[in-house]
Design a protein around this ligand. Structure first.
Ligand SMILES: *[C@@H]1O[C@H](CO)[C@@H](O)[C@H](O)[C@H]1NC(C)=O
Ligand SMILES: *[C@@H]1O[C@H](CO)[C@@H](O)[C@H](O)[C@H]1NC(C)=O
Length: 510
């Protein structure tokens, strides 16, 4: 979550990288008074992106390429997709003839000139596996970050060779990675007015894409469908789930067989999650009890401003962002050079993570030719997209979730326990505080070990359609840190087996 520096959560977005943070916040405490100067969010985002060792040439994909006029022609097909094959080392575990990999552009309706880029990987196991869409956060980071470093079909070596990922989620699903909102990754426009500022814009674009995708892939249209992602996608995911559910109920188009949505280390309910920062930090010994007491003085203002953002919107949302961000910054100022995506780690130099191989690989001419993106340069994380979403940041996206649960749509909230920015504690709290018909039973449900290959990989609590999983030995990016456990998690959750129902001894997988 962000914070901070606001950060992008990229959640993956990563961004947030902390190290940079500390230099931004000055802790001037005089007589109970704490004041942290705030940097412009865009500058913050730029520093955070550099902290991931990413150096996109452009801060957003606007007009940087020559979109050919033909593809903008109303009569042109809305989706242009091609099959591609990378040279991948190791074993895919399946016959290459049995599954295909696609790259495509979708011409977004209700925009002047926006095109959404996506990659679609058919399951290495079975075409009948569910269809999954993955959304990386930021806001403004490309989903290719997850593809190459978390749960995609391949991993990238230092010499830019690709290797099959034994724990890619394409071993349990037919998975789509989307670059969004417009301006991120290879998604682009030539017109500023196409840039999105809220979940309305984001969820409509994704819904329209899913409609067209289903038309283009009728062989998958009947499969179960799940929405997944990380970090700032804690906003996107519930918004999209509600949009799809509404479309299905209104019979707006093709029925999308939405069965569930899963949020990994997400930012969903800011009022609860920002308040949890100091508790998490104290519990991890990142701050002392006296730091804790003084930083907590910032909480009431943050809460008031978030409440105002919920009702008044717009300008109060920006000031809520500023106010709440100070809580995070204050913690980082004290915690020093830690990686706020994984508090076990330090940030060395200006880097917390190094995702630069992805950027280099995707900008190679041979790669771009294979993907059919032409001259478009890859914007790994867009500081301008981040900035454009500022008034969306403090919105509470939990509000639409109870209605989805009542309709029997499953929710899994999971969190790597070593992440500060979207920590498990804040996530666990909003999940428990959520009002729905099963709230009491969820609260009373036991917490049981989640066992993978004989070892406890996490702690699970569930009731009915709702499950919460804390994952051990993982930071913000669970599939990167615990690839096997993450694959088993998603597989058993989709299969209806990630439940504490009737178990006393925990859930044992494989
Ligand atoms: C790239 O590195 C991997 C080991 O990480 C090695 O197996 C492979 O042969 C290398 N490829 C080239 C072209 O050097
Ligand atoms: C959980 O248990 C209840 C009561 O035994 C049962 O009705 C329900 O179907 C079970 N749910 C799952 C997911 O097994």
């Amino acid at each position: 979550m962000a914070s901070a520096f606001s950060c992008m959560l990229f959640c993956l977005s990563f961004f947030l990288l902390a190290s940079t943070l500390s230099s931004c916040a000055r802790y001037t405490s005089g007589h109970n008074q704490l004041r942290w100067p705030t940097k412009s969010p865009k500058l913050t985002a730029e520093r955070l992106i550099r902290g991931l060792n990413l150096f996109p040439k452009h801060s957003i994909n606007i007009g940087s390429s020559n979109i050919d006029d033909q593809s903008l022609d109303e009569a042109a097909p809305q989706i242009v997709e091609k099959e591609f094959k990378f040279n991948v080392l190791g074993s895919s575990g399946a016959s290459l003839q049995d599954f295909a990999q696609h790259a495509g552009y979708y011409r977004l309706p209700n925009t002047k000139a926006a095109r959404m880029f996506y990659l679609f990987f058919e399951s290495r196991i079975s075409k009948n596996d569910p269809v999954v869409i993955w959304l990386t956060g930021g806001p403004g980071c490309s989903s290719e970050v997850a593809l190459f470093y978390e749960n995609g079909p391949f991993k990238i070596a230092n010499n830019l060779s690709l290797w099959w990922n034994d724990f890619g989620w394409d071993k349990a699903s037919n998975i789509i990675f989307v670059d969004q909102p417009t301006g991120t990754g290879f998604s682009e426009t030539t017109d500023d007015s196409d840039i999105r500022h809220d979940e309305n814009g984001v969820s409509n674009d994704l819904y329209n894409f899913l409609q067209e995708f289903s038309k283009g892939h009728p062989e998958f249209a009947g499969n179960d469908f799940y929405i997944t992602g990380e970090s700032y996608a804690g906003h996107y995911i519930p918004a999209l789930a509600s949009r799809v559910n509404q479309g299905n109920k209104n019979k707006e188009g093709i029925h999308i067989n939405l069965k569930g949505f899963a949020i990994g280390n997400g930012l969903t309910n800011p009022a609860i999650q920002y308040k949890a920062y100091t508790d998490y930090a104290l519990g991890k010994n990142l701050i002392s009890k006296s730091d804790y007491d003084s930083i907590n003085q910032l909480v009431p203002d943050c809460e008031d401003q978030i409440a105002a953002c919920g009702t008044d919107g717009e300008s109060t949302c920006a000031s809520a962002y500023e106010s709440c961000t100070q809580i995070f910054n204050a913690i980082m100022e004290i915690a020093g050079n830690i990686n706020y995506y994984d508090v076990r780690k330090k940030c060395t130099g200006s880097l917390c993570y190094d995702f630069s191989n992805m950027e280099t690989f995707l900008n190679k001419k041979t790669t771009r030719d294979a993907l059919g993106v032409g001259d478009i340069e890859f914007v790994s994380c867009s500081s301008e997209v981040y900035n454009a979403m500022l008034n969306d940041w403090m919105r509470n996206l939990e509000v639409g979730i109870p209605a989805l649960l009542e309709d029997g749509i499953k929710l899994l909230v999971y969190a790597g326990e070593e992440d500060l920015i979207c920590n498990w504690l804040g996530n666990s709290r909003w999940v428990q505080a959520m009002k729905w018909s099963g709230q009491k039973q969820f609260g009373a449900a036991p917490t049981v070990p989640f066992v993978v290959d004989g070892a406890e990989a996490g702690q699970l609590k569930s009731h009915g359609p709702l499950a919460f999983l804390k994952v051990h030995n993982a930071g913000h990016m669970v599939p990167m840190d615990q690839p096997n456990a993450a694959l088993q998690m998603i597989k058993s959750w989709m299969g209806g087996k990630l439940t504490t129902n009737g178990t006393k001894h925990g859930v044992s997988l494989q």
